[in-house]
Design a protein around this ligand. Structure first.
Ligand SMILES: [Zn+2]
Ligand SMILES: [Zn+2]
Length: 175
């Protein structure tokens, strides 16, 4: 088990995610899925895997303007060319999670952050724009660009799928 895979296991079950948080179908039925985990002070506050179908459905319920705003942030605030060069030079892929993909501030200096990775049907990681880590400040900047409707979609997703106080305060996940 690589260090990177360990990061994307479920804290709750101490095993890789095996079902979609939304439709509850086994992830093995999906061609790909994304795992997102939100941390605060190194404690995992929220974690989930979402299958490709549900992910498409959620993102299609976001307004066009929000989708454009998210894309603009990801394209303009992240120096992808530079990141790809850095990532290719890493000894270990897990080092991708050492700093925020956007502002580059090291994880050890962050109060909160979210990590995201994409997997394919055989359970292996797809290496591309993901896996990545984004600090809470940068996630909050994306959240701020969302339309009220899209923020509602996100809050609804959290309320429907997670129990416990304070979850509603968690900023938008990286879909
Ligand atoms: Zn699903
Ligand atoms: Zn950041």
């Amino acid at each position: 088990m690589s260090e990177l895979m360990k990061w994307f296991e479920s804290v709750e079950t101490d095993a890789p995610f095996d079902s979609c948080k939304v439709c509850a179908h086994p992830l093995a039925f999906s061609e790909s899925w994304v795992v997102n985990k939100h941390y605060h002070r190194n404690e995992c506050m929220m974690e989930y895997a979402v299958c490709e179908e549900c992910r498409d459905e959620i993102s299609s319920s976001f307004s066009e303007e929000s989708k454009t705003a998210i894309r603009a942030f990801l394209e303009n605030k992240i120096d992808w060319e530079q990141r790809m060069l850095e990532w290719m030079a890493l000894q270990n892929t897990v080092e991708r999670l050492d700093r925020c993909v956007a502002c580059q501030i090291p994880r050890v200096l962050q109060d909160g952050y979210a990590i995201s990775a994409q997997f394919q049907q055989d359970g292996t990681l797809i290496e591309g724009a993901l896996p990545l880590l984004m600090c809470s400040d940068c996630v909050a900047k994306i959240t701020a660009t969302l339309s009220p409707h899209s923020r509602e979609v996100w809050r609804d997703f959290v309320a429907r799928n997670f129990e416990g106080p304070g979850r509603g305060d968690i900023d938008f996940g990286i879909f």
